[in-house]
Write a protein that binds this ligand. Structure first.
Ligand SMILES: NC(=O)c1ccc[n+]([C@@H]2O[C@H](COP(=O)([O-])OP(=O)(O)OC[C@H]3O[C@@H](n4cnc5c(N)ncnc54)[C@H](OP(=O)(O)O)[C@@H]3O)[C@@H](O)[C@H]2O)c1
Length: 125
């Protein structure tokens, strides 16, 4: 019980900080689940999807989601899409199971995200 209350307080404290987040790869299986969870939890005041194409959502819960379309081969040209966010999640790539022998990732593509990330809290899943 005390643990649940502590978690609730942590969530509320985090919400009060009005943090922003971006998600790379929100159209994929992993990114879709992450996006849904982030929206359900309501932890971030701003949610941005960064991808190579714009996504369509019918659900009301997605109406305030921002979207930025970028060319991953020219990331430096799209630095502004990443800026202004406190947290970033990368769900790019694909699973080996689905793609047979192919598993792409940010590293395998040599996409250098460091110049566009600044000092934000950035995680690859
Ligand atoms: N930590 C974990 O427990 C866990 C579990 C499962 C997967 N993963 C990892 O999560 C990553 C994604 O897996 P997934 O199953 O979600 O894959 P997925 O369903 O195939 O989704 C891949 C995502 O990456 C994007 N993408 C792929 N190639 C791209 C490219 N060349 N340029 C721009 N965007 C590209 C796709 O965009 P489009 O829709 O535009 O194609 C899509 O949003 C993989 O690295 C996987 O290993 C981690």
């Amino acid at each position: 019980m005390a643990e649940t209350e502590a978690l609730s307080k942590l969530r509320e404290d985090f919400r009060m900080q009005n943090k922003s987040v971006f998600i790379l790869g929100a159209s994929g299986e992993t990114g879709r689940v992450l996006l849904k969870e982030i929206l359900e939890q309501g932890l971030f005041s701003k949610v941005t999807l960064i991808g190579r194409r714009k996504l369509t959502f019918d659900e009301e819960a997605y109406k305030n989601v921002n979207q930025e379309v970028v060319d991953f081969e020219k990331l430096d040209d799209y630095a502004s899409a990443f800026q202004g966010h406190d947290v970033g999640f990368c769900c790019l790539g694909t699973t080996r199971v689905k793609a047979g022998a192919i598993c792409i990732s940010v590293l395998e593509h040599s996409w250098d995200l460091s110049s566009v990330m600044g000092t934000m809290d950035y995680r690859e899943v």
